[in-house]
Design a protein around this ligand. Structure first.
Ligand code: ATP
Ligand code: MG
Length: 393
């Protein structure tokens, strides 16, 4: 049944989209459990919200590392959620703009490559806003309000009772950010798992309601059976959730507990030195799961596993290894990791650097709108709301 509906949908999309897009829609729905598109590759969509001037170590281990590793194998779309930044910073538009540019600079500094990946600026992709409205009908209100990530954010960001309607709405918007690009994979930190789950629910429901996909069809077969949307999977980073330097359970742009990728070597060491473990002396057996040791796992074990194991053994045994010494080694390891990024970011802090960022955004928006408009056309056909098309003038 899904196949028949899918065929009807593809024919309908063919009338709307023209030959190039039919080809893509066809390939997307017939080529195995990973969706390959006209690029011949499956897709990735992920992104960051410009709530601060740049990215931090949590982003690196939670998502950026995976983006870097996968940007050749996948057709990658990296999104800056500047509309969603208004959910908490509506009164600071200039800051959101500066943060947006700062994040693109960090992406470039880390090694995300606009020649291989598409950088997407959310506010310039109207299809995302349209899909958000339709998707809002597919998610029960109470389910959104029970979303654990939103609940934690309301608490940790001190939003109290006064947050705008748009704040919980961003969770629905994020489903549209993702699904507008019909990706297979979404590389994110663990805090985003609940959002990806919601996104999967929306895609499943959409495909069942509007594309005739059977409700017993396994998620990985949805696009093969005529669903507009492949059901995307989260890909969680090497460190699922990096704790903040203040010991709170997540390093976060908005919580003043982050080591940023552009922090100076001195600032990195200063921030590391602020970590408190409660341990009194180098001979006191330490907790090998405390925040300091979690950072050793995250930033020393990755380059020198033997040294990390040695540190943890001696720390746990109280074998004359002080917190101060570990912090020094940790600071050096983190600085070695981010030094090249910091230097590349510094080079972008010029008018020419800014012009380059604006150009990268403009090129990305063009490419992204082609894909997002195709998705919207397919979705509107499936929902029987395709009439005159986007008639202007
Ligand atoms: P905010 O405090 O404004 O929510 P943030 O620091 O959480 O900012 P986001 O832009 O919301 O950053 O997240 C971007 C990506 O980085 C997401 O995939 C998220 O899961 C990941 N990420 C953010 N912080 C961490 C962390 N501490 N550990 C692992 N991944 C993280
Ligand atoms: Mg966040």
């Amino acid at each position: 049944m899904g196949g028949v509906c899918g065929e009807r949908l593809r024919k309908a999309a063919a009338r709307t989209l023209g030959p190039m897009s039919i080809h893509e829609a066809d390939k997307a729905s017939t080529s195995g459990s990973l969706t390959t598109h006209s690029s011949g590759k499956p897709r990735i969509l992920t992104g960051d919200t410009p709530t601060n001037t740049g990215l931090h170590l949590g982003h690196y281990v939670g998502s950026l590392e995976n983006r870097l590793a996968l940007q050749d194998q996948y057709d990658c779309y990296f999104l800056i959620a500047n509309v969603h930044a208004f959910t908490t910073l509506a009164e600071k538009p200039e800051q959101i703009r500066a943060n947006t540019i700062g994040i693109v600079k960090d992406w470039l500094a880390v090694g995300l490559d606009p020649e291989r990946a598409t950088f997407v600026l959310q506010s310039e992709i109207p299809a995302i806003a349209e899909l958000t409205f339709f998707f809002a009908m597919l998610i029960p209100f109470n389910k959104v309000m029970r979303n654990p990530t939103l609940k934690t954010e309301i608490e940790t960001k001190g939003l109290g009772e006064t947050y705008p309607f748009g704040f919980p709405m961003y969770a629905v918007g994020q489903c549209a950010d993702i699904l507008a690009f019909r990706p297979d994979l979404v590389p994110v930190g663990e805090d985003q798992e609940a959002h990806i789950e919601m996104c999967r629910d929306v895609a499943l429901k959409f495909n069942q309601l509007y594309c005739g996909v059977n409700n017993r069809t396994p998620p990985e077969r949805h696009h093969l059976e005529g669903g507009v949307f492949p059901i995307p999977r989260a890909k969680i980073g090497r460190v699922a959730r990096l704790v903040g330097i203040d010991g709170t359970n997540k390093m976060s742009k908005s919580l003043n507990n982050a080591i940023f990728l552009y922090d100076s070597a001195k600032d990195v060491q200063k921030k590391i030195n602020k970590i408190t473990t409660g341990r009194q002396s180098p001979t006191e057996p330490g907790d090998i799961n405390n925040i300091l040791m979690q950072y050793v796992d995250a930033f020393i074990a990755s380059t020198d596993p033997a040294r990390a194991a040695e540190i943890k053994r001696r720390y746990g045994a109280g074998d004359n290894l002080g917190d101060g010494h570990v912090k020094q080694e940790l600071g050096e390891a983190i600085n070695a990791l981010i030094e090249p990024m910091r230097l590349r970011r510094e080079k972008l802090e010029t008018p020419a650097g800014e012009a380059m960022v604006l150009d990268v955004i403009a090129r990305g928006v063009k490419k992204a709108n082609v894909v997002a408009e195709e998705t919207l056309a397919l979705a509107k056909k499936a929902m029987r709301v395709e009439f005159a098309g986007r008639v202007v003038g």
